[in-house]
Design a protein around this ligand. Structure first.
Ligand SMILES: Cc1cc2nc3c(=O)[nH]c(=O)nc-3n(C[C@H](O)[C@H](O)[C@H](O)COP(=O)(O)OP(=O)(O)OC[C@H]3O[C@@H](n4cnc5c(N)ncnc54)[C@H](O)[C@@H]3O)c2cc1C
Length: 391
């Protein structure tokens, strides 16, 4: 018997599951998500899940701000907790980047984000246990934070399932079936399944399926290491052990508190093969990363290395995502190239992909800057800090 759905989502990371949820919100519930492994087994489950709104482009600022609202009210909006933890967020622009930082602050303020470029006296007054070097200003956001990637991903999936969607794990899509410029279904390792709407959200593996039906996207994968630290005695002197999230532009390091008594450092972007990369952490990277963090929060000098992991960023040429229809197809959409900062925008991206694949005339966000063909058109998005994850 032919199996047929109103939409098929390929990939069970946060983007696929968010899309399934927003399809249900749009009334499309006869849907199927296919994941070859388990939910959040790709980049999503390795994410540091930092939520901030500081971006160089209006569309990403708006997406991050709107999504932060969903993450903070997940229980009401999606029906289960997201593990959201609100936290101050501080960006160290480094010398020469202060003007760019102030421009981004103005952009975020215009979108409604609570943020300021604070002068040095003010940051020392607020966080006396931190060191700010010779920075002219430090960017602060008051409604940043982090969430739990597994809770968010399964929350989106369960919300859709409760309205009729199916989620099938351990099924690999090997081919996209198409006829006369229309997607008609997928060929999996368990058989063919049909639909007139296909959503491609397979993270680092995007081009494996995409290049069967179109030009590939110019994506590459880098390894980002995450170091988990256990705070030691130095924290007895700090009233606020739950310190701000830190982004240090000159080194590319980010850090955030984790469960009480622990912290995470994210560091390094090394090109690797997506299928064979080292998923652990390197001792020299731990030493370097802890050194940078301890220069900012000296109490980390005594921290103990608890554990760690590595994950993949799927990077586009301008370090910003592609959210679009696949060229030549009006019923197949792709969300890819999140370049290490997609988690925070996943609600907005899920909504956008759901709107695109159902043919919504006026999408909630202006997706033109994130179009598929911008790279070959030479119309890349700008980034205040050069090409990196802090796009
Ligand atoms: C170390 C690290 C730290 C990060 N920190 C942050 C952060 O602090 N803040 C932030 O906003 N973002 C962060 N990110 C980025 C964020 O996690 C990603 O942008 C996001 O998780 C991407 O989700 P995805 O669903 O597109 O991809 P993935 O999570 O990789 O999901 C793709 C899924 O597709 C499946 N799949 C692949 N091929 C097939 C196939 N043929 N058939 C069926 N299924 C298939 C895979 O098994 C996988 O589960 C971080 C990422 C990493 C790696």
């Amino acid at each position: 018997m032919t199996e047929r759905y109103d939409a098929i989502v390929i990939g069970g990371g946060v983007m696929g599951c968010a899309t399934l949820h927003y399809l249900a919100e749009l009334g499309v519930t006869n849907t199927l998500l296919l994941e070859r492994d388990t939910l959040a087994s790709g980049s999503t489950g390795r994410s540091m899940t930092i939520l901030r709104m500081h971006y160089s482009n209006r569309v990403t600022t708006e997406m991050a701000w709107w999504s932060r609202g969903v993450m903070a009210n997940f229980e009401d909006e999606v029906g289960s907790p997201s593990g959201y933890q609100q936290n101050d967020w501080l960006l160290f622009p480094g010398s020469g980047n202060e003007d760019a930082a102030r421009i981004n602050v103005n952009l975020a303020q215009s979108v409604g984000v609570e943020t300021e470029a604070l002068d040095i006296d003010e940051v020392y007054r607020r966080w006396p246990y931190m060191q700010f070097g010779d920075s002219e200003c430090i960017v602060w956001e008051g409604k940043a934070g982090f969430a739990d990637s597994h809770l968010v991903t399964s929350g989106f999936a369960n919300s859709a399932r409760s309205r009729g969607a199916s989620v099938r794990l351990g099924v690999s899509v090997n081919e996209i079936l198409h006829k006369n410029g229309s997607a008609i279904g997928v060929r999996t390792d368990k058989g063919d399944i049909y639909s007139d709407r296909i959503v491609l959200t397979i993270g680092p593996w995007t081009n494996v399926l995409l290049e069967q039906v179109s030009d590939p996207l110019p994506l590459h994968t880098v390894r980002h290491q995450v170091i988990r630290l256990q705070q030691q005695d130095g924290f007895d002197d700090i009233a606020e052990t739950f310190h701000p999230i830190v982004v240090h532009i000159p080194s590319g390091l980010s850090a955030r508190p984790d469960t009480p008594g622990y912290a995470l450092i994210g560091y390094r972007e090394d090109p690797v093969d997506r299928d064979t990369y080292n998923q652990g952490v390197d001792t020299e990277v731990v030493v370097e990363g802890v050194g940078i963090l301890a220069d900012i929060i000296p109490a980390y000098t005594e921290a103990a290395w608890a554990s760690g992991w590595s994950g993949l960023f799927t990077v586009s040429p301008d370090w910003n995502p592609v959210i679009d229809r696949v060229p030549g197809f009006d019923n197949m959409v792709v969300g890819a190239g999140f370049s290490g900062h997609g988690f925070k925008m996943s609600p907005a991206i899920g909504l956008s992909l759901a709107e695109l694949v159902t043919g919504t005339k006026q999408t909630t966000f202006d997706l033109n800057p994130l179009r598929f063909l911008r790279f070959e058109e030479g119309d890349l998005l700008k980034s205040a800090y050069g090409g990196n994850v802090f796009a």
